[in-house]
Structures are given as structure tokens and as C-alpha cells.
Design a binder for this molecule. Structure first.
Ligand code: CP
Length: 308
């Protein structure tokens, strides 16, 4: 069953094919008249369940729009709409949903939930974010870098700040797309060793650098994320902020990277916390392209899952 659960579980050639298909669909959409596009409806007759146990703007809208552009239909469900998490087991929900829909996109809390859904579903499951990983985001980020600067292979990516679920997926991607990844942030908020060890064992060049000036030297891509993620306790916010304050991405920090370095953020951002507005809105920022490319890359992921 071709689930899309974590980047490290998908063959590197398939990941490349997905990004190529996403670029091709994006070009077609920009260049072809709408009538021609409407004739290409590879998901016609397919029903896609979009299940969100946590809030979402980009993932929810981009999947919903993507399915419609491909000719399919969606049913969007929140935690309150379903028995999932209210007593019915994940396995039973997976078995039932598989009788109704052709593909399940799930945003949930625990990584174990998405793996249990995939184990018992008889249709493909796509990870729309868990507390530990966010593979669709990082596929869009790889596509975005390639559009602006060409291949990521051998490039230096610097992750600044909290080692979040997006950082974990970047670590997995570093092994698949052969880029160097430097984590620059407080030791307490480093990404889990499991992700680091996987990337290193798979041959990726992963380094840790607490000093932001040294970390940014030679950076081709600078990435950060919010200091308080959806699953973090608000009780610890001031302690986290104190740890993370030296790692705010400012224009001065961006000047330490290569002159043509790009800036990325998965969004939503807290302007003035992890990044300043002048960087978000500056010439090196590609955040809106990242958000747009969620649409294109997820269309390609869905087609890969459904072999369409
Ligand atoms: N980046 C991202 O996944 O955004 P949403 O939480 O709005 O879906």
C-alpha cells in the first residue's frame, strides 16, 4: 500500500518523481487554458477524506483545492465530527473509512495514530502533520528551493531555533536529497536523536552549532519555525522563549549566510518572535512559494498514492 507517512519510508526515486510531477502540474496550470486542464481529471470518481484533529489553514485548503483540481471529491472532518479519539479504536476507524473513501489524509497528534491508521486502512494514508513529522511540508520546501536555486544536493541548509516536526522531516529529507543540514539552536530543543541517527546512518552530513554566526557561514537555505508549536504546553512558553531568543532570524542573521541564501518558514509565523517581518517580507524569503507548492506537491503525492 503506497502510504505517504514519512519521507524516510519513501524511495528516493519516488520522491524525485513526485517533485517532478508537481513541477509539471504547476507549469501546466500556469500555461494551459482552464478548459484543457478540466479534461485531465485523474481523481475523477475518487473520494478523499481529509481528517484534521488539529487546526490547519494551508494543509486543509491546499489538499481540498488539489483534489478538486484533479477531479475528485473531498469530505473534510474534524475531531469533533468523528468517533476517532472518542472511544472507537484507530484500527476500527481505519477499517470503516476504507469502505467509504479511496484515500485518507490525516493530521493528528501522536505519530503512532497515523501508523495505526495506515496499518489497518485498506486505502492509502497521507501524513498531514503529526507532533513528530510534517513530510508534505518538506516536499514543498525541496520543490521551492529547486525552483529558485536548482538541486539541493550538497547545499547547506541551516535549521534555526526549535527542532520541531518540520525539522525532523528536514533531517529525513537530508538523507534522501543529499543536502547538508546544520541544526542551530539550544541543546534542550534539539531534534530527537532518532531522526538525527537515521539521517547520519543514511549518509547525511548533519552538524550541530550553537553559535549562530558560525552556523550561518556558507548557508544556502535558512529555515525556522514557531517557538510554540500546536502541541507545546503554554506553561513552558516563557522558558522556551528565553532559550530561543538568541536564535531569532533577523536581517543581520541573514547577512551572515551566502548572499543568495533563501529563507523559508512553513507558516503560520509569529512575526517578531522566531523571525522578523523584514526577513519574512524581504527579497530572500520564498515563504509564499512554499505555501503555494503545498498544493502542487500534494497533488503529486495523492496521484502517486493512487497510481493515477
Ligand atoms: N504549514 C502548515 O502545515 O500550515 P497549516 O498548519 O496552516 O496547515
Amino acid at each position: 500500500m503506497p502510504h505517504f507517512l514519512e519521507i524516510f519510508r519513501t524511495d528516493a526515486n519516488d520522491l524525485r518523481r513526485i517533485i517532478a510531477a508537481a513541477k509539471s502540474m504547476k507549469s501546466a496550470r500556469l500555461g494551459l487554458p482552464k478548459a484543457a486542464l478540466d479534461q485531465k481529471r485523474p481523481l475523477a470518481g475518487h473520494m478523499i477524506a481529509l481528517i484534521f484533529e488539529k487546526p490547519s489553514t494551508r494543509t486543509r485548503v491546499s489538499f481540498d483545492v488539489g483534489v478538486r483540481q484533479l477531479g475528485g471529491e473531498t469530505i473534510v472532518l474534524s475531531r469533533n465530527d468523528m468517533q476517532l479519539g472518542h472511544g472507537e479504536t484507530i484500527a476500527d476507524s481505519a477499517r470503516v473509512l476504507s469502505r467509504y473513501v479511496d484515500l485518507i489524509v490525516l493530521r493528528t497528534f501522536e505519530e503512532a495514530v497515523i501508523h495505526e491508521m495506515a496499518e489497518y486502512a485498506t486505502v492509502p494514508v497521507i501524513n498531514g502533520l503529526t507532533n513528530r513529522t510534517h513530510p508534505c511540508q518538506v516536499m514543498a520546501d525541496v520543490m521551492t528551493f529547486e525552483e529558485h536555486r536548482g538541486s539541493l544536493a550538497d547545499k547547506k541548509v541551516v535549521w534555526v531555533g526549535d527542532g520541531t516536526n518540520v525539522c525532523a522531516s528536514f533531517l529525513q529529507a537530508s538523507a534522501k536529497f543529499d543536502f547538508k543540514l546544520t541544526y542551530c539552536g539550544p541543546t534542550e530543543l534539539r531534534p530527537d536523536d532518532e531522526f538525527v541517527n537515521f539521517a547520519v546512518a543514511a549518509g547525511a552530513a548533519v552538524t550541530f552549532e550553537r553559535d549562530i554566526e558560525r552556523a550561518m557561514d556558507g548557508a544556502d537555505l535558512v529555515v525556522t519555525d514557531t517557538w510554540i508549536s500546536m502541541h507545546d504546553s503554554k506553561d513552558t512558553s516563557s522558558e522556551r522563549e528565553a532559550l530561543l531568543r538568541p536564535y531569532q532570524v533577523t536581517e543581520a542573521v541573514m547577512r551572515l549566510a551566502k548572499a543568495d541564501a533563501l529563507f523559508m518558514h512553513c507558516l503560520p509565523a509569529h512575526r517578531g518572535e522566531e523571525v522578523t517581518s523584514d526577513v519574512m517580507d524581504g527579497s530572500q524569503s520564498v515563504i509564499w512559494d512554499e505555501a503555494e507548492n503545498r498544493l502542487h506537491v500534494q497533488k503529486a503525492i495523492m496521484r502517486w498514492c493512487l497510481n493515477q
